[in-house]
Design a protein around this ligand. Structure first.
Ligand code: C5P
Length: 287
């Protein structure tokens, strides 16, 4: 029976801008996204029983249709017209959940990439991204990976030059942040600052790491409710520990710091890990 193992990489937002609220309830976004080495592993095994089964290494995550990986498999077979032979999806979770790192979307994208390789190798990545759109706004980017500009709901993707090598420390405070809740805060508050997305793209084109680090910005930080203030103290800690830039990723609450010296990043990771269980070290992943 066919089987495959796929890495599901986490993502960072080098920039996140919200342009407008749309009539369908979504927001038009403009984001520079980056894959990092922190990853879950998704195993897909053919069972022959015609069903979709999901299991997780984390007990509290759902294994039914509400799991994006399950939904991705359903959508894949529907969209391609391929008959589901029966598959079992096992997810070995490492990426923190509800953390702003697209962990669930990345697992869904890994399912799509794995099923493509097993059953539909002729389908293009662009077509797989279109299938991913039906599963969630971040899924097309997670299929695409690497450094990319994501616009619209997040599904309009443009490849960008790879970020020069640098190191990341990620630290998730011990509370989840709801993405819809944070989007609703945007409606009640006018955004004053926006990232310099154009400048970020030019800096990537010039491989100008200081220029890139200087332009990292996420508008969600501006509307973050006071109850999540720990995000700001983690940002300060990362900067005190030698990060050249620190920012919240996605709808948070994970904060990342970027370092040019590997040793400094590893030391910062060790220091923060004593206070925050969910602290990680990662490198950049190129598409
Ligand atoms: O597409 P997805 O299900 O991942 O989106 C989760 C929620 O995030 C949406 O229901 C919406 O509230 C919000 N969202 C948004 N605009 C986007 C992406 C997500 O408002 N571009």
């Amino acid at each position: 029976m066919a089987e495959i193992r796929v890495k599901a990489y986490a993502k960072l937002n080098l920039t996140l801008d919200i342009l407008r609220r749309r009539s369908d309830g979504y927001h038009d976004l403009r984001m520079v996204m980056q894959s990092i080495s922190l990853h879950d592993i998704v195993y897909i095994r053919e069972t022959g029983n015609g069903d979709i089964e999901v299991s997780n290494s984390v007990a509290y995550l759902p294994c039914d249709r509400s799991n994006l990986a399950y939904h991705a498999a359903e959508v894949f077979f529907d969209a391609t017209g391929i008959e589901n032979p029966g598959i079992r999806i096992e997810i070995d979770k490492v990426i923190p959940v509800c953390a702003g790192m697209a962990g669930g979307s990345s697992d869904a994208a890994a399912v799509l990439r794995g099923l493509r390789e097993l059953y539909a190798p002729d389908i293009s990545i662009a077509c797989l991204c279109r299938i991913g759109e039906q599963v969630g706004s971040d899924v097309p980017y997670c299929v695409f990976g690497g450094t990319a500009l994501a616009e619209g709901r997040g599904e309009i993707l443009t490849r960008l030059p790879a970020i020069p090598d640098c190191w990341v420390v990620l630290c998730k405070p011990p509370f989840p942040v709801s993405t819809p809740e944070l989007f609703s805060c945007v409606q009640t508050k006018r955004l004053i600052c926006h990232p310099d997305t154009k400048g970020m793209i030019q800096s990537l084109e010039k491989k100008d790491l200081p220029g890139i680090l200087h332009r990292i910005y996420n508008v969600f930080e501006e509307v973050l409710p006071d109850k999540y203030d720990e995000v700001y103290s983690i940002k300060s800690r990362l900067m005190d520990l030698g990060a050249l830039s620190a920012c919240m990723t996605g709808s948070g609450p994970t904060v990342f710091g970027i370092f040019t010296e590997r040793k400094a990043a590893e030391t910062a990771m060790e220091v923060l890990k004593k206070e925050y269980d969910q602290t990680y070290f990662a490198s950049m992943i190129h598409a």
